[in-house]
Each structure stands twice: as C-alpha cells, then as structure tokens.
Design a protein around this ligand. Structure first.
Ligand code: DAH
Length: 391
C-alpha cells in the first residue's frame, strides 16, 4: 500500500516522532525505487507538489491543525521532514545529471547504480560544449554519377542543356519513332526487358524498360522547337547477364543537336573537343563507319588510348583497356536520320529544312576507363570500401 499521510489526534513528542519515522521509511523506499527521469517527476510531484503533495499534506494535517501547545514541536518536525524530502529529490536529480553517486545522508543510502544507468539511457546529461562535435559521415558522389555529371558539364559549357525522360518507356519512343520498324531485326540488338501483361495494347503503347536514352530525343523534340542542343543522362536496362563488363542496369549519356545546316563536320568538331576536354588534350579521335537505325550515316567514335598513349603496350606488357590496339571505342553517333524527323515534323522538324547529329555513350564504361576499374559490378555492389575511394 502506498504511503498516505495520517491525521493526528495526539500531538505528543512520541507520536510525532513515530509518524515522522513512518514517513521517512516511505520516502526512502520510494527514492530507491525511482528508475527513470519520468519516475523521478512522478516522485517529485507526489512529494513536493504545492497543491496536494505529501509535504503540503503534512503541513496541513500535522502543523496547521495542531493545538497551540503542540505547535512548536509539530512545526519543527514538519520543517525537518520538508528539508529531508527536498534533499532526497535534489540528491536524486544531481546524481543523474553529474553521473556521480550522491550520498543522500539521512537515507543512509547511495542512489543505486540502476537508477544512474537508466538515467543515462533516457536523458543526455549536461552538455560539455568544449567537446568536439559529432561528425556524421556525409557520403560521396558515386563514380558513375560523377562521370555522368562531368561529361554533361563539358556539353553544358558548349551551350547544351540537360533533358531527361522516363525509364519505363513505350515501344513507340524506344523503337518506332527512332526508326526501328515493328519486327525489324535491329530491335534484336537491344535485349529488351519488356513489362508483362501488355499484349492487349496496340504495340506502340506497350511498356518496356528503355534500352537506351535515345527516346528522350523524340520526347524533347515534341516539346521544344528547333534549334535544340541537349544532353540526356539516365539509366537504361538490357537483358544481359551480369559480368565484368555487363550489367542489366547501366547508364548512358545521349546528345542531340538540331538546327539548319548542321553537318558531319559539326559532329566531328564537337565530339573531338568534348573528348579532349574530358580525357585530356592529347587524346586523338577516330570516326569509323557503323549502323544505327536512327542515324544516317552512323559512326563509332574511338579515342586514342590514354593509358598507353596509343602504343598498345605498357612497357613490355600488352595494354588491356585498348586490347593492344591503341584505340578505345567510346560512343555511337551519326547524323539524325530524316525518317526520325518525320515522326516530329508537326513540332517544327521538317526533314527538308533541319539537320542534326546525335550521340550516345555508356557512362559506366567511361567511368571504368577513367578510374581504371576492371569490373563494372563493383559500381553496383554497394561495397563502401570500394566507393570510399571517391570520398
Ligand atoms: N542508342 C544507342 C545504343 O544504346 C547509342 C547511340 C548511337 C545513340 C548513335 C545515339 C547515336 O544518339 O546517334 O546503343
């Protein structure tokens, strides 16, 4: 039963002493059972609340109601009790805040260790402002994102702006409007991951994971009239089993410039400049014929190997990144096929009036080369020991 203050009828020294001893016993028991700051507050209110705390009750029941002759003794008893209760509450609070065991003298007890631990758990003690602050690790830009951003920045300095588009794309934007006709074998090169359950839709509306960033060329031309110059960073997906140079999810950077009288010379000059900016001014470029459905003519851009300087050798050893050829394939490019402009001609792209060039490269591949990493999986395995190198 919780302690309750008794009414006194007899104010003799014996009765007062006995009553005071009962109260102190209850106080000691309650002080030692406090285990948390919340319990401390409850304790303080029960004993010291001005309105109906135990100390106030004692004052009312033992002192105010005492007959004249007993006032002096009752007053002294009540005052002593009040001091003890206050000291107990204060000692308890201090022991937690300082983290030191405080002797609460009259209790003949120390505040128990359990109470200290509970307090440390629930409440931070006094703040030592001379301690160094807590340094939280802030992470670092991922090498692929860094590469992509830096490559985009090269083109932004040439006046290009950034464009983006959805990763879940329709057949129309990923293929049809890029001059891959339905059932054309060129689609087979793209190892497409299709979204299930689309058969009831017309083919051009069926959803897939975009296999390249090229659909954003079409989406942007639908929104912006020529002239345009854009770079398009983003993730793409292909149904490739993961190995050292393949990942089913990877990153591309696409470019598109459309205006009147854009020529293959503009394409070569722009990309030559961009490669020198990005890889260093001693890098040479080489354009070799290729095929993409949405460009005509199409080319692959090679840069001279910046690792072996184009010799194909590193000392006596063969240079691996360029497979001893002295050249590294970096991207696909070409002049925008007029068939592509046909799909956006209502947006101001008359194939007879405008011309343009486009290019697309793998950001992960560029990052592998730039940082001399030999396994693309390292970029996506989330191993902090690897990623910390870019912090
Ligand atoms: N979209 C092509 C791919 O993923 C890369 C590419 C080649 C993009 C030529 C272009 C381009 O814009 O002109 O394989």
């Amino acid at each position: 039963m919780a302690y309750a203050v008794p009414k006194l009828t007899d104010y003799s020294a014996d009765v007062l002493d006995k009553s005071a001893a009962d109260l102190r016993a209850a106080l000691k028991q309650e002080v030692l059972s406090v285990q948390s700051p919340d319990q401390w507050k409850t304790f303080r209110d029960r004993w010291l609340a001005r309105k109906n705390g135990i100390v106030t009750q004692v004052n009312d029941l033992w002192l105010k109601s005492a007959p004249k002759g007993a006032k002096k003794l009752a007053g002294q008893t009540v005052n002593d009790l009040k001091k003890d209760v206050e000291e107990a509450a204060e000692g308890l609070r201090k022991s937690w805040e300082t983290g030191q065991t405080i002797q609460v003298a009259y209790l003949g007890a120390e505040v128990p260790a359990a109470a200290l631990e509970a307090y440390a758990r629930d409440k931070v003690g006094p703040v030592d402002i001379s301690l160094p602050g807590i340094q939280r690790p802030i992470g670092a830009e991922h090498p692929v994102m860094k590469t992509s951003r830096e490559m985009c920045a090269v083109f932004q300095r040439l006046g290009y702006s950034i464009a983006e588009g959805p990763v879940i794309e329709t057949d129309y934007y990923n293929f049809e409007a890029l001059n891959f006709p339905p059932n054309h074998p060129a689609r087979d090169t793209q190892d497409t991951v299709f979204i299930a359950g689309q058969q009831s839709k017309p083919q051009r509306e069926r959803l897939l994971l975009r296999t390249h960033t090229s659909p954003v060329q079409i989406r942007t031309m639908e929104k912006m009239r020529p002239p345009i110059r854009i770079v398009i960073p983003g993730t793409v997906h292909r149904n490739d089993p993961p190995d050292a140079s393949h990942s089913p999810m990877f990153h591309q950077i696409e470019g598109l410039a459309v205006d009147t009288n854009i020529t293959f010379g503009d394409l070569k000059g722009t990309l030559d400049h961009a490669m020198k900016e990005f890889f260093g001014s001693s890098v040479k470029t080489s354009f070799r014929p290729s095929f993409f459905p949405f460009t005509e003519p199409s080319a692959e851009l090679y840069i001279s190997c910046f690792i072996c300087g184009g010799s194909g050798k590193r000392g006596k050893d063969p240079c691996r990144p360029c497979k001893q050829t002295g050249w590294i394939e970096i991207l696909g490019c070409g002049m925008v096929d007029p068939n592509v402009f046909e799909f956006v001609k209502d947006h101001g792209y008359n194939p007879k009036k405008v011309s343009g060039f486009a290019f697309g490269m793998g950001a992960d591949r560029v990052a592998l080369l730039k940082y001399g990493v030999d396994d693309i999986q390292l970029f996506f395995s989330g191993d902090v020991r690897f990623l910390r190198q870019w912090a």
